[in-house]
Design a protein around this ligand. Structure first.
Ligand SMILES: *[C@@H]1O[C@H](CO)[C@@H](O)[C@H](O)[C@H]1NC(C)=O
Ligand SMILES: *[C@@H]1O[C@H](CO)[C@@H](O)[C@H](O)[C@H]1NC(C)=O
Ligand SMILES: *[C@@H]1O[C@H](CO)[C@@H](O)[C@H](O)[C@H]1NC(C)=O
Length: 980
């Protein structure tokens, strides 16, 4: 049974995957001997450092540093400015102390307070001091007045400068540095705040673990190209947290304990947000009642958002500071299929044909690096992905209402200067414009990535964005792509240092590690319980794994002779800063698997100071490029791996290189919810898992789960077993069932995106955000909501046919309807309810009080948008419901016509109010009202009696059909009312 579909279909579907070496792919290899050169694995090994938090010899800055004294307070309209002077002998513990600082307290808006502490003399002792330019990361807007603020700032000099931020309405202390010293050095800043004993903190990304930060969490933030290890720094950097505090109602000093039940409705919560505008490597340590925030440089630019709800905080953060998320094209909400190892256009065509054949929706087909000529951006391999064949493929694809997205990597190939036939026009143009990152001596910084030796666009160069845009425009003339998948921008390099300098004639043909599928790196890994569901294959895989020699070159020395550096007064050591963050790469060395911290931008800024911004700026350049490619007429569609605070205004994000394991699927929910907080709602993960082989059961559950994520893509690693949803019978069934729901809900998703884009609301939501007075929900990340109205409770473990879930709010009259049966869920308040969830079934619920506009599912969103409408009105316990719909052409950056529909139901009637000029031509087929306690036989639409009416008095469902006649000119062409 298991895998039967795969073996059945496999014979004609699956190309034989041969061990792939890039030497066989390069069409421009030079002499036989130089074509053999491979960058050795040692090239990506740096120094062995010990992370400060693990170092028994580490000095605690708090115990040796003097702190500061404040003076010269000068009040102004928005707050005040003061001087901070070092309060004793400099400690110079992990850098050089700055003796004079300027404190600026700015009440920017009633909900927002900003505190800046910056060196007063930026050109004095520490001439290498780095201040983050507003050009790269804008500051939050100023302009509020002190007395209108929700927040109060106070400070004291006893025993040294410390400050508090208090919520005015409740007196709750949100931030308090009392009892700690401020440490402010050129390569190390540390400040601490007290926390409540029972704290609930979220955010501080990017990391791969549970939603609520652990009580003794060590959070490192520094962008890194690394495949989703748990608890480490990964691809993006988001120095923002949400702090939610639960109180006894009417008593803001009495806090709720974690997991305290709220059955009797005695709690309420307040949330606030904190953002540190700083691009350096950072570390946040959570300890008992204490948060310690450290950075490797820059300044303190700290903004507090008063909330008081999560939704308020998220809106305040996006609107004032990082920007509202990009509006997505309607089509991007369809299903996306990708894999590393789609080898040519005809293979893509075959995949598309299979989706059609199995009648599984498919909207976007993607290619990984396979399509490239020698892994060069903006150039196709003309043997396998020729422009002429591609033009035909893309024409057919587009005519079928489908789209294509290729990967684009951050680094660009630099050719062998001795080989004229190796020229690469993109490089030539970039070199002529001089827009690549340099070594400190002014020579080109040359790292190594997929193509061999590579250079890196310098986003600080005034012409770099134009260069990048132009490359996208030129390439689009050859390949009519529909978006960009922007990868490797952490920014990754497979060697330490400028390893290509003087070495360009070596033409490395292979990265310094084995590709998946190559001898020694055959993918034998399967999800947990594969040995139960498929004992035979599992046994042969484990035999294969056992016989595979795992040696992939030399590994770092195991000696404990750690490199420790001590500060030199006034001099920064950017390659080996004295403070060692717990960076995920080998040896914690910042130069491993990335370009070096001392590589230098055109404005003299060192990579050390802006490392985590590379991807963010590359996303901006790509966004500008796509605007040009489509003459500003189409919303850029970009999915990026490396993000920073604010990337959401240009791009969505996928969760990176996860693993085909059950834990990766579980953490995808927390990762998505964190990105809701970061203002990047367009989020999804590699469904069915990237690294390793998946199996039928995991892929079944994952295709169901991801169907409810904003971005829905299946992606797979090179040489792992194929995992398109049509590979197994049960996965076909599960995918179709879940996609039926997703595609019916597309108008709802699109409306949520419009609201996110215009107001800063979220798409995927944690239970705690929608039910803020229930402390038991504070850590829930095994189920989630989409918008306010849809709740999914996925199965996250193998071999289960039930799942436990909570139905929030039922103690206070919240009603939940089963999506499938449309009947009320009988759930007990606060109880973990066991729900039937056999394979291929994902429990989904509609929240009472919601009105959902639905269309018919279809194989593409274009078809789905051409179907008739229906309304699902799920009444709350008070008999009311409401909802919204936003429509436009789904594509335009500035649509010339839009439509907003407001739905409301109360007192046995449902009415709509429409505004806007977008013409929706499809009619309304029917209305289903759930929770109708009694219905009169007389159901009227705009006063006219309807004949197709069915009332189920047991299930309390009212169905009114036959509405096409009365909505011929379009479901939302005019306001109407339905009465029952
Ligand atoms: C954080 O780091 C400290 C010091 O290494 C360690 O004791 C603690 O267990 C870590 N916390 C977590 C959640 O791993
Ligand atoms: C950017 O390009 C313009 C136009 O080609 C040129 O005049 C200018 O010098 C360039 N700027 C730099 C910093 O190279
Ligand atoms: C050039 O390549 C050789 C061989 O891998 C290596 O030993 C050398 O360090 C490289 N040069 C630089 C500047 O990294």
């Amino acid at each position: 049974m298991v895998n039967s579909m795969r073996s059945l279909v496999g014979a004609w579907l699956i190309p034989v995957i041969t061990a792939l070496s890039r030497s066989t792919l390069r069409s421009t290899s030079t002499s036989a001997s130089s074509a053999q050169f491979t960058i050795p694995a040692e090239a990506d090994i740096g120094a062995q450092l010990i992370a400060n938090i693990d170092d028994p010899q580490a000095v605690n800055a708090q115990s040796v540093c003097p702190g500061y004294k404040a003076s010269d307070v000068q009040e102004n309209l928005h707050g005040f400015i003061a001087r901070l002077a070092l309060a004793g002998e400099p400690c110079d513990v992990y850098g050089t102390d700055v003796d004079a600082l300027t404190l600026t307290v700015d009440y920017q808006a009633s909900s927002r307070l900003n505190i800046q502490i910056l060196p007063t003399f930026t050109d004095a002792v520490n001439s290498s001091w780095f201040l983050l330019s507003e050009e790269f990361v804008p500051r939050p807007e100023s302009g509020g007045a002190t007395n209108a603020s929700d927040l109060i700032f106070s400070w004291s000099n006893e025993p040294s400068f410390n400050f508090k931020v208090v919520r005015k309405a409740t007196g709750d202390v949100l931030f308090d540095t009392e009892g700690t010293v401020l440490v402010y050095e050129n390569q190390f800043i540390e400040f601490c705040t007290s926390l409540p004993e029972e704290y609930n903190l979220y955010g501080l990304g990017e990391h791969f673990n549970q939603l609520r930060l652990l009580k003794d969490a060590n959070v490192t933030m520094y962008t890194a190209d690394v495949g989703d290890p748990i608890d480490s720094n990964i691809y993006g950097q988001h120095p923002f947290y949400l702090d939610t505090r639960y109180f006894k109602t009417g008593n803001s000093s009495e806090r709720a304990k974690r997991n305290e039940s709220n059955a009797s409705g005695q709690y309420t919560s307040h949330s606030h947000g904190v953002f540190l505008r700083n691009s350096h490597g950072q570390e946040v340590l959570l300890r008992s009642q204490r948060l310690t925030w450290r950075t490797l440089g820059g300044g303190i630019d700290l903004t507090f958002y008063s909330g008081p709800t999560q939704a308020d905080v998220t809106k305040q953060y996006q609107i004032s500071t990082v920007g509202l998320p990009a509006m997505q094209q309607y089509s991007t909400l369809g299903f996306h299929q990708c894999r590393w190892g789609y080898n040519n256009w005809s293979e893509l065509a075959e995949v598309v044909a299979n989706f059609e054949r199995f009648e599984i929706p498919l909207e976007y087909i993607w290619t990984d690096i396979d399509y490239m000529h020698g892994y060069r951006d903006f150039e196709n391999d003309q043997h396998r992905f020729s422009y002429s064949e591609g033009a035909k493929f893309l024409k057919d694809l587009h005519e079928g209402g489908r789209y294509y997205v290729p990967i684009v990597d951050a680094a660009l190939y630099i050719p062998n200067p001795d080989n004229a036939s190796d020229a690469y026009d993109t490089y030539t143009r970039g070199a002529a414009a001089d827009v690549f990152i340099k070594n400190p001596d002014g020579s080109l910084y040359i790292g190594a990535v997929w193509p061999g030796y590579t250079v890196y666009p310098d986003w600080h160069h005034p012409n770099a964005t134009e260069f990048w845009s132009n490359e996208l425009v030129l390439w689009a003339k050859n390949v009519a792509y529909d978006g960009v998948w922007y990868d490797m921008a952490e920014v990754s390099s497979f060697c330490v240092g400028s390893c290509g300098s003087g070495n360009l004639t070596l033409n490395p043909v292979h990265p310094p590690f084995l590709l998946p599928g190559e001898p020694g790196n055959i993918v034998y890994d399967y999800p947990e319980y594969f040995n139960v569901t498929n004992a035979t294959e599992a046994a042969s895989a484990s035999a294969g794994a056992a016989s595979q020699t795992t040696s992939t070159g030399s590994s770092p020395s195991t000696s404990t002779a750690y490199l420790r550096t001590t500060p030199t007064p006034g001099v920064r050591n950017v390659n080996y800063p004295p403070y060692v963050i717990n960076h995920v790469q080998t040896g914690h060395d910042l130069s491993v698997h990335a370009i070096s911290p001392n590589s230098t931008h055109s404005d003299g800024v060192q990579e050390y100071d802006v490392h985590s911004l590379f991807g963010h700026q590359g996303l901006n350049a790509t966004y500008q490029g796509l605007l040009k490619v489509w003459s500003g007429e189409r919303r850029p569609f970009i999915i990026g791996r490396s993000t920073f605070a604010g990337s959401g205004k240009w791009a969505g994000h996928w969760g990176g290189d996860n693993i085909s394991k059950w834990g990766s699927m579980y953490f995808s929910i927390a990762q998505a919810l964190s990105f809701s907080l970061f203002g990047i709602p367009m989020f999804g993960v590699d469904t069915c898992g990237f690294n390793g082989n998946t199996d039928e059961e995991l892929c079944n559950r994952w295709m169901q789960l991801s169907a409810f994520f904003p971005f829905y893509r299946n992606h797979n690693v090179l040489s792992a077993i194929p995992q398109e949803p049509y590979r197994w019978a049960s996965v076909i069934e599960a995918s179709k069932a879940a996609m039926q729901i997703r595609y019916a809900l597309l108008p709802y998703y699109y409306t949520l995106f419009h609201l996110a884009h215009t107001t800063g609301s979220t798409v995927m939501r944690a239970l705690a955000w929608e039910f803020p007075s229930d402390p038991t929900l504070a850590g829930v990340d095994t189920q989630f909501l989409v918008g306010p109205s849809i709740m999914a409770i996925p199965v996250l473990e193998p071999q289960a046919d039930t799942v436990k879930g909570v139905f929030p709010g039922v103690a206070h009259g919240e009603v939940w309807y089963d999506w499938y049966t449309r009947t009320v869920v009988k759930a007990e308040a606060g109880a973990n309810t066991t729900i039937l969830a056999p394979l291929s079934h994902i429990p989904v619920y509609v929240r009472g009080g919601s009105i959902l506009p639905l269309q018919e599912p279809a194989l593409t969103t274009r078809e789905a948008r051409n179907t008739t409408w229906s309304l699902l009105a799920a009444l709350g316990s008070d008999g009311t419901a409401s909802g919204q719909l936003y429509l436009d052409d789904g594509v335009s950056v500035t649509p010339n016509a839009t439509l907003n529909v407001d739905f409301g139901a109360s007192h046995s009637s449902l009415h709509i109010t429409t505004t806007g000029k977008w013409k929706e031509v499809n009619s309304l087929a029917n209305v289903t009202v759930l929770g109708v306690k009694k219905a009169s036989p007389l159901v009227k639409f705009n006063g006219k009696q309807m004949s197709t009416v069915n009332y189920d008095s047991t299930a309390h469902i009212l169905f009114v059909g036959g509405l096409q006649e009365v909505t011929k000119s379009g479901a939302w062409a005019e306001d109407w009312v339905l009465e029952w």
